[in-house]
Design a protein. Structure first.
Length: 189
């Protein structure tokens, strides 16, 4: 198996969806209120079976490519860095109750986008554009809803962690420009 961590991550997300003894233990908490692992733990929870299915499908698609290209250790490091930044940003905007790995997925999209500019990567540009368009559309809707709510015209929300999506994509793009995360070279035997 070329992408063991991607499969492990999909498995953990699925197991926790069906059996999380106390999901609130996984929500983001400020660093001074609990263990450091809570900065990344929201990525393991999902709100519905559709949310889980969508995220693990994209994780399989993007995560497998990235893990195979840069190796498991750098892939794990990439996921933890993107999770920490995107989750912290989302916490500052909406508080501790958010979940899902989509901020990391957008980090993988940003990472692939940056690496495609430097190396050849197999993800079609049209796929990256589609995902980027969907995130832009969600962020625009969320921003519009926020403005309507602040102006006291209407009160509703999509409950989508768009801050995590945007910060994740930006963090992934920046990490994709760092030479440490370049495609690993294989030795010929």
């Amino acid at each position: 198996m070329k992408t063991p961590f991607t499969f492990l991550l999909i498995t953990v997300c699925t197991i926790l969806f069906f059996w999380a003894p106390n999901p609130e233990n996984f929500f983001f908490r400020p660093i001074n209120e609990g263990p450091l692992w809570r900065v990344i733990s929201p990525i393991f929870l999902h709100g519905s079976i559709f949310h889980l299915f969508l995220n693990v499908t994209w994780l399989f698609f993007f995560g497998s490519v990235v893990e195979e290209k840069i190796g498991s250790f750098r892939y794990i490091l990439l996921i933890f860095i993107v999770a920490a930044f995107s989750n912290t940003a989302q916490y500052w905007v909406s508080g501790p109750y958010f979940l899902g790995i989509s901020g990391v997925l957008m980090g993988l999209v940003g990472f692939i986008w940056a690496r495609r500019r430097i190396e050849s990567w197999p993800i079609p540009k049209a796929t990256l554009l589609m995902v980027t368009w969907i995130i832009f559309l969600m962020a625009t809707l969320e921003g519009g809803f926020l403005i309507l709510e602040r102006l006291k015209i209407a009160s509703f929300s999509t409950h989508i962690a768009n801050t995590a999506h945007l910060v994740g994509a930006l963090t992934g793009f920046i990490l994709g420009l760092i030479p440490y995360f370049k495609e690993r070279s294989y030795e010929r035997t």
